[in-house]
Design a binder for this molecule. Structure first.
Ligand SMILES: *Cc1c(COP(=O)(O)O)cnc(C)c1O
Length: 389
């Protein structure tokens, strides 16, 4: 890891320079053969990045309380690279049933066909995860709160059990980000973020990061990144570093707005259940309160049962919320997850459709009237649906 690379030393400014390179040059044939460059950190080809990449990795590692970090082209790339590095044919992989959808698609569609035994566990499991361990258990994938359904799990207890058995743990920490929760401090081996969300912060790039305290795992992950050809653009690294400058303020403002909007929503008659651990009524609240420093800008809700046309009316009525996937940016977003998707999941949390909201920087006073209008439209469509012949 190149903490000794300080690109800003070359020019006195507040912003890091953007170094672009496919080719790293060597002084002599001997140096070329030995991959010995004048640069201090073993750069030998552009795929593993430039000093701009290293500077971002250094800053994310510091945020994560980690010694090492690698950035990859997306959050999903970071999740997949972690699994490809540590899981092999014949291994047993334990995955939280509330995991990110594309991760599940990779585990079911690819790892299973490579001969990895993939088993999903109830996110509510704690240290009893030990009962699921086999001699071949290699890795545990954690994510809290879970994608879409927002289940919490006891990361500390699970990490403790895993350590006793030499099982590697990875956690998708995107919901909280390193300012909200630091997985490495809780005994998790790899902390993964979709930098696409809070770190980028402006819905204009994708990136992922993997932080670890283990030098050997870091070397292996760097090898995977290089072998997969997972190059990250230095311009994108620059944009994420710019995003990091305001991340704390954005996250605090967005989280505060999300909490007040969620409190308002839970009082509305069209809302059947809020899925949001910062609310005391949520079943994950105690764990959230124990471990997390932020309420996060992302929550889900289940509306009272109604025909699908009512959900269409809800989304059609939104003016301030854009309809779209992803989250964590300064613009508020609404996304829809159909009932069938939820019901098909192992350890399903609900068999109802889910509406997920990401709260941006527009302010709760601008967003609540939008939701009030959309819930009214939902109610009208639900009543019309209920009385239709
Ligand atoms: C968005 C997201 C990802 C994937 O990140 P991309 O950069 O979009 O690939 C992974 N996990 C969680 C929890 C996410 O929200």
């Amino acid at each position: 890891m190149t903490t000794d690379t300080e690109p800003s030393k070359a020019f006195d400014s507040l912003s890091p320079p953007v170094w672009r390179a496919s080719t790293i040059v060597f002084d002599s044939l001997d140096d070329f053969v030995a991959r010995r460059t004048r640069q201090p950190d073993g750069f030998s080809y552009g795929v593993t990045g430039t000093p701009t990449t290293r500077e971002l990795e250094r800053r994310i590692a510091a945020l994560e309380d980690g010694r090492h970090c690698i950035v990859l082209p997306s959050g999903q790339a970071a999740l997949v690279a972690s699994l490809l590095t540590f899981v092999r044919r014949g291994d047993h992989l334990l995955v939280s049933a509330a995991c990110y959808g594309a991760l599940k698609a990779f585990a079911d569609g690819w790892l299973a066909s490579f001969g990895v035994a993939v088993e999903y566990f109830d996110p509510a499991i704690g240290e009893e995860i030990e009962d699921l361990f086999r001699p071949q258990t290699q890795m545990i994938y954690l994510e809290a709160p879970g994608s879409i359904t927002m289940e919490m799990h006891d990361s500390t207890a699970i990490a403790r059990a895993a350590r006793r058995h030499g099982v590697t743990t990875m956690m998708d920490n995107t919901w909280a980000g390193p300012l909200g929760f630091r997985p490495l401090a809780h005994g998790i081996d790899l902390s993964i973020e979709a930098a696409t969300k809070y770190m980028g912060g402006h819905s204009d790039l994708l990136m992922g990061s993997i932080a670890t305290n283990d030098a050997v795992r870091h070397e292996r992950l760097r090898e995977t990144q290089s072998v997969l050809g997972h190059y990250v653009s230095p311009e994108d690294c620059f944009l994420v570093m710019r995003g990091l400058e305001t991340m704390r303020l954005r996250q605090e403002a967005q989280s505060a707005a999300a909490l007040s909007i969620a409190r308002w929503l839970q009082r509305q008659s069209a809302v059947q259940e809020m899925l949001y651990p910062p609310l005391p009524a949520d079943r994950g609240h105690a764990l959230w309160k124990r471990d997390y420093k932020t309420s996060g800008c992302l929550f889900s809700m289940v509306l009272r049962p109604a025909p699908e046309s009512a959900h269409r009316a809800f989304f059609d009525a939104l003016e301030r919320f854009a309809i779209g996937a992803s989250w964590g940016g300064v613009h508020s977003l609404a996304a829809y997850y159909p009932a069938a998707l939820q019901a098909a999941r192992p350890f399903a949390r609900t068999d109802q459709p889910i509406v997920r909201l990401s709260i941006g920087l527009e302010g709760a006073e601008a967003l609540i009237p939008d939701l009030e209008r959309a819930l009214a439209a939902y109610g009208r469509a639900a009543d019309a649906g209920a009385t239709a012949p």
